[in-house]
Design a protein around this ligand. Structure first.
Ligand SMILES: Nc1ncnc2c1ncn2[C@@H]1O[C@H](COP(=O)(O)OP(=O)(O)OP(=O)(O)O)[C@@H](O)[C@H]1O
Length: 740
């Protein structure tokens, strides 16, 4: 089912085929289109092949519940997930198989298939009821006091949006409680409804406030995703524009009159649950804003939506539709007309790539990828973490490879990089425990009372684990990776480590080097074809303990390092100090060494503990589920918070991701950057839980780290400066966080 593994742990475990039934939640069934067709055919279900789904008459609608007789069921082509809105049936492919097998007369024309209520139904219903209850407490835009409207127009840069379009998109306002630095405050918010069919299934609220802060929440915290603006779409509409933010959608529709909706998670995720709603369109315009991130997201989503119907819109290299409208641009319609078909061909011309190349030139910083916040010197060398690359990581046995790669990936994950871990060497529980310590910066064994607080934050990260342990068949691993990329929009996959994964591979005709080469080639292909970053940990061959490892020390032939875009080596130093050496960097050739200091309590290499120690005087760990009333956190942690607190049960897309995309869009448009968000508290039984923080300019780390280049970072290393000491400097720039 599409539901959390447990109520308290929403991290999803993806399981390989053989273990599929052992875990009920979050498992991704492996099914091919051929298998789906075979089941539909053998049960004599008539179906048509849609863009993202097989479409059939629902065999579960009994004609009584749904007034118009049997209704449409969508079977997702990639996952086999089934949805029929009128009879409220939704579930995984394996559930569908179960329901069908229970049916005595499977022919939909003659059967009365017993209606099976999937377990998630009750959750769905409760969530929808809560959403509607909250929605009924909001005020339509046109009835909102003029002073609040003015504030909102200023705060969101929506002066040019006309009243009638704000009304059409059912923009509402609501006065609700947020936690701020000075305590709880009743504040005005704008409410954006998410629709499924004609129904509000969830509401996103955003505080109306001046300054650099953004504070958002979801009502209710748990529930399914929907589409903003769906209420404006007629059932016979054949084309639609999809935007990354709500006011972009209103702006596009106002300027073009073309049906437009906004995605619930912006540029970071397109939840498969909303695909059936989009099935009716023959032409889909993806208009996610300017910049490389938006382009990459659009390409990724186009594959999910069905590439043949997708067109990419780009007004100019850095503009969102709202920003363009605000600047008085009148050519939004012509931008739509000039939309380029999604290029998914083996042969392309420069003409087709021309705009994309221009966009990359204009957005060099974004092209360089996501920057490590905890490891500024790594960012200095590699410039960032980019999609579509293969990183090979090595270090001697027991050097701390897993520990370091865990913190490196966590750093990115906290910034919204959806991450899939394949831990073949240590069990997921141990890995998650280590990551949680690294996340909190605490030895949680000694701070058990804070477990609830940190776990609540941690479980909101876009972090997923494969269920493999020990040797595994590479085709199963690749299959699981492919499903995770489709369902959860994974951007980073970690394989730790290759030798363990290949342990039991038997290829009579191949030696172990050949098997390893084959596996590396597959991961390379996966990274390139899916535009996902794959990090593979590979053990080195045995070398003298006194000498440093080099690229040539990596186990196997030179294939791995040839295929890799980046090669990272964890070099042993004296005592707890280590070095992370960049020995290959295909992006721009810069190499370097990153000093690391291991801290046993938090299992971190980044010096996080130094900052942590500074703020321990301020923070007072209170009871379980009762986080400190006032904590001072660093810039790094500020970034964590921005991606942590939202709850999403079914989509598993972090709202942080949504906000990141909104922030990117808006900052590129000269509007307010993302700074904060809050967790919802409805007027209902849920305990209010809101937070805000001020985000200082993120350039602080990068600015320092970008100095003194040209020697691969060695000069600084020789001075004995560590990332830890740099990290401690950052404490003077701490920002405030208040939560309850
Ligand atoms: N710099 C360090 N100093 C001391 N202990 C460390 C250091 N780095 C990691 N450790 C500890 O050493 C143990 C092994 O670390 P880890 O599993 O990360 O190493 P590894 O290189 O991945 O091991 P393997 O070669 O078995 O894959 C862990 O208990 C970890 O906490």
């Amino acid at each position: 089912m599409w539901r959390p593994l447990t109520d308290t742990c929403r991290t999803i475990v993806l399981v390989p085929r053989r273990a599929l039934r052992t875990l009920e939640g979050g498992s991704v069934p492996h099914v091919t289109q051929k298998q789906i067709r075979a089941v539909l055919d053998s049960n004599k279900y008539k179906y048509s092949v849609g863009h993202a789904s097989f479409v059939l008459q629902c065999p579960f609608c009994d004609g009584q519940r749904s007034s118009g007789g049997r209704r449409t069921m969508f079977v997702n082509k990639t996952t086999g997930g089934v949805v029929c809105k009128p009879c409220d049936v939704r579930g995984a492919w394996t559930d569908f198989l179960g329901w069908v097998s229970k049916s005595k007369a499977p022919n939909p024309a003659s059967s009365k298939v017993p209606r099976v209520v999937p377990p998630s139904d009750t959750q769905q219903l409760a969530s929808r009821r809560a959403a509607q209850q909250f929605w009924s407490s909001t005020t339509p835009w046109e009835e909102t006091p003029a002073i609040i409207q003015d504030q909102a127009r200023r705060a969101f840069g929506i002066k040019k949006l006309q009243q009638k379009y704000l009304k059409k998109y059912t923009i509402h306002t609501v006065k609700t409680e947020f936690h701020t630095v000075s305590g709880r405050e009743e504040v005005w918010c704008v409410a954006y409804p998410w629709y499924e069919g004609g129904e509000v299934v969830r509401v996103k609220v955003e505080r109306v406030g001046e300054g650099p802060q953004r504070q958002l929440a979801l009502e209710p915290a748990e529930g399914s995703p929907g589409l903003f603006g769906w209420n404006t779409i007629s059932s016979d509409a054949k084309e639609v524009v999809i935007t990354g933010s709500e006011f972009d959608a209103v702006a596009v529709h106002q300027a073009t009159q073309v049906p437009t909706v906004a995605l619930p998670s912006g540029t970071l995720a397109l939840p498969p649950e909303v695909l059936p709603q989009l099935e009716q369109f023959e032409k889909v315009y993806l208009w996610l804003g300017g910049g490389t991130t938006a382009r990459q997201a659009a390409s990724h989503f186009a594959r999910k939506l069905g590439p043949n119907r997708c067109h990419l819109v780009c007004l100019d290299s850095s503009s969102s539709p709202l920003a363009a409208l605000n600047r008085g641009h009148t050519h939004l319609m012509s931008a739509l007309k000039n939309a380029k078909p999604f290029v998914n061909k083996q042969i392309v011309t420069f003409q087709q790539l021309r705009e994309e190349v221009y966009s990359e030139l204009c957005n060099a910083n974004q092209v360089a990828g996501v920057k490590w916040q905890r490891f500024p010197k790594l960012t200095q060398a590699l410039k960032g973490h980019r999609p579509g690359e293969l990183t090979v990581f090595t270090g001697v046995t027991g050097a701390g490879k897993t520990t370091l790669i865990s913190e490196l990936s966590l750093d990115l994950c906290q910034q919204g990089v959806a991450t899939l871990w394949g831990s073949f060497e240590i069990r997921n529980v141990r890995l998650a425990k280590m990551m949680l310590k690294q996340f909190s910066g605490l030895n949680l064994e000694r701070h058990l009372k804070q477990y609830g607080y940190w776990a609540n934050q941690f479980q909101q990260l876009p972090l997923y684990f494969m269920g493999f342990y020990g040797a595994a068949d590479i085709s199963s691993v690749l299959e699981t990776m492919a499903h995770a990329v489709y369902v959860y929009d994974i951007q980073h996959v970690i394989i730790d480590n290759l030798q363990f994964m290949l342990g039991a591979s038997h290829h009579a005709s191949l030696d172990r080097y050949a098997v390893q080469n084959m596996a590396v080639a597959e991961f390379r292909k996966f990274a390139s074809s899916r535009n996902v970053h794959v990090t593979v940990v590979i053990h080195p061959r045995k070398e003298s303990e006194s000498s440093e490892l080099t690229t040539a020390s990596i186990f196997g032939t030179a294939k791995a390092t040839q295929e890799a875009d980046n090669v990272l080596i964890l070099q042993s130093g004296h005592g707890s100090s280590k070095l992370l050496q960049v020995t290959k960097n295909r992006f721009d050739g810069d190499l370097g060494r990153v000093p690391l200091v291991f801290e046993k309590n938090s299992l971190t290499f980044s010096g996080l503990h130094l900052r942590q120690r500074k703020r321990e005087g301020v923070a007072s760990g209170s009871g379980d589920h009762a986080p400190p009333a006032l904590r001072v956190v660093s810039d790094t942690e500020g970034a964590q918070m921005s991606h942590a607190p939202f709850s999403e049960s079914h989509t598993h897309t972090p709202i942080g991701a949504t906000l990141k995309s909104v922030a990117e869009t808006e900052s590129s448009a000269g509007s307010r950057p993302l700074a904060a968000r809050a967790v919802p508290a409805s007027g209902s039984k849920q305990k209010p839980f809101r937070r805000s923080f001020r985000k200082k300019p993120s350039a602080a780390v990068g600015a320092k780290s970008s100095e003194g280049r040209g020697d691969g970072g060695r000069a600084e290393d020789e001075k004995g400066e560590t990332s830890g000491s740099k990290a401690s400097e950052l404490c003077s720039d701490c920002v405030s966080v208040v939560n309850s």
